[in-house]
Design a protein around this ligand. Structure first.
Ligand SMILES: [Zn+2]
Ligand SMILES: [Zn+2]
Length: 238
């Protein structure tokens, strides 16, 4: 109670500003962001490729028609445009972990109707290396997955796959370098958790697909039944 009074007084004295557009936000319920920015995210809408989810007028895009990916389907909630990029930056690099809950709520609200959590045994958040974990203090994809799990009741599996190689951040590399950087980055930790399972991989940002595809390749070695992918953000079609 006292703490709340102090926080309210502080907000009056030092009004908070939206970290994206600088507008004064005062006591908004979503930390760091004004409602306008939060509502301005660009959500991914149909038509999309039924496999990779990229914007496409064809049911299967030409890329998937020639070289189909090894996952069943990939779905994304929103484009990695200016605002979402800033939000994810705040969350991951400025370590505003309280945003995890808002991001998982956002995902649940905007989940495509052909993506059903009942289809899967668990969500598998892409693991990060233990050094990165120590530095950041949390795995951004696990926290968002936990929010989804709490709301929907789907399990999370963090014991099947590990990040054994401490790769350079993918975001710092060009397209070709991302592929070679990530090869061999994952290791299977527990085969029993994978065999015969229907797995939904979750990653926060999808750019070239190198990370997700490497994880998918590793998981197929252990005979799962199905692997699909869900991401919060993806770069706008190139
Ligand atoms: Zn704003
Ligand atoms: Zn496609």
């Amino acid at each position: 109670m006292i703490q709340q009074v102090i926080e309210t007084a502080l907000t009056f004295l030092y009004p908070a500003h939206c970290k994206v557009c600088e507008k004064t936000i005062g006591l908004e319920s979503i930390p760091y962001l004004c409602g306008y920015c939060w509502d301005s995210l660009e959500f991914v809408t149909r038509p999309w490729c039924e496999i990779c989810g990229i914007q496409s007028n064809e049911e299967i895009c030409s890329e998937c028609a020639t070289t189909p990916p090894r996952y069943g389907k990939l779905r994304t909630i929103a484009f990695y445009g200016t605002i979402l990029q800033k939000i994810i930056h705040l969350y991951k690099f400025e370590k505003k972990r309280s945003l995890a809950k808002y991001l998982s709520d956002l995902m649940i609200r905007h989940l495509p109707n052909d993506c059903n959590f009942d289809e899967y045994d668990y969500i598998l958040p892409i693991p990060i290396h233990k050094n990165r974990l120590r530095e950041r203090g949390f795995n951004q994809s696990i926290l968002i997955s936990k929010g989804i799990s709490k709301e929907i009741g789907i399990d999370i599996c963090t014991d099947a796959l590990v990040r054994s190689k401490n790769t350079s951040p993918q975001s710092s590399l060009a397209r070709d370098a991302r592929q070679s950087n990530i090869v061999g980055a994952f290791e299977i930790k527990n085969k029993k958790l994978i065999e015969g399972k229907r797995i939904l991989i979750f990653d926060d940002v999808y750019t070239t697909g190198a990370t997700v595809n490497e994880a998918v390749n590793m998981l197929w070695n252990e005979d799962p039944l199905e692997i699909d992918v869900l991401t919060l953000a993806r770069t706008v079609n190139l």
